[in-house]
Design a protein around this ligand. Structure first.
Ligand SMILES: [Zn+2]
Length: 254
């Protein structure tokens, strides 16, 4: 048994035993972990607030047993606004499910941790999370090594850039892992999505733009919708399962 101190964000929780919860936490130093929060379902427990989804905590863990145990949890930022607004909660839940689905157990990823934390801060302040969520998806895929190929054909490897930094339109195939050149398109069995040159450039742009500035980009609703469709297909294919939070979010996004 050892005592470990770190910071973490609660991704989800489930009831455990009579009064406990098991929290899935994205911790800064140890990656994704599971820890029992003893008594967290008792209304007067000191862990009630800490055990809420999206809570950003300073935690003390007992490790070494089959399940880690939360010894102490101090709330650094509760992100309560994200739980009080239906739209923001839907996005924060989706982002948490994305992180949870793609992040392996106990593999530290401090860069992604800081990005996720910064993302929640941006999400809490924005009134238009749709485009920010597209940027979040792309950056998350990047940090976890799942980014679709955007410069070369995912099937044959041919470059898709014309050289003067103008992208050409291309197919987009989740099964192949990214953009597909015009020559390979007819060979593919699965139906790809088509992305215009502009949509591909915007994707690359979203990948490098600071999340705080994403809402300043002038992008049409149709383009945002098309990118959303392509990214969703890609994410669900890579995750190899439907994401529960996505259905609800889709109904909100219309
Ligand atoms: Zn090709």
């Amino acid at each position: 048994m050892s005592l470990v101190q770190t910071e973490g964000i609660v991704l989800r929780s489930r009831p455990f035993g009579e009064a406990d919860k098991v929290l899935t936490i994205f911790s800064k130093d140890h990656g994704k972990i599971e820890a029992v929060a003893k008594g967290a379902r008792r209304p007067r427990s000191r862990l009630v607030g800490a055990a809420q989804p999206f809570s950003y905590l300073k935690i003390l863990l007992f490790t070494g047993r089959s399940l880690d145990q939360l010894s102490q949890a101090e709330i650094i930022k509760s992100f309560s606004a994200l739980r009080n607004d239906l739209t923001q909660m839907a996005y924060a839940s989706y982002w948490s499910e994305l992180v949870d689905s793609f992040l392996p157990w106990r593999e530290p990823n401090p860069e992604l941790f800081l990005f996720f934390l910064a993302g929640l801060v941006v999400l809490e302040k924005t009134e238009d999370p749709v485009l920010i969520s597209r940027a979040f998806e792309l950056r998350l895929l990047f940090y976890l090594g799942y980014l679709p190929t955007l410069d070369t054909c995912a099937h044959c490897g041919a470059p898709l850039d014309t050289g003067d930094k103008k992208a050409v339109s291309a197919g987009f195939s989740p099964e192949e892992g990214g953009l597909i050149c015009a020559r390979c398109l007819p060979e593919l069995l699965m139906n790809p999505v088509f992305l215009s040159a502009q949509e591909i450039l915007i994707m690359k742009n979203l990948l490098t733009t600071d999340l705080r500035r994403v809402s300043q980009l002038k992008i049409s609703q149709d383009t945002i919708k098309e990118l959303g469709r392509a990214l969703r297909l890609f994410i669900e294919y890579q995750a190899d399962k439907p994401l529960k939070s996505l259905l609800f979010l889709e109904s909100l996004e219309g």
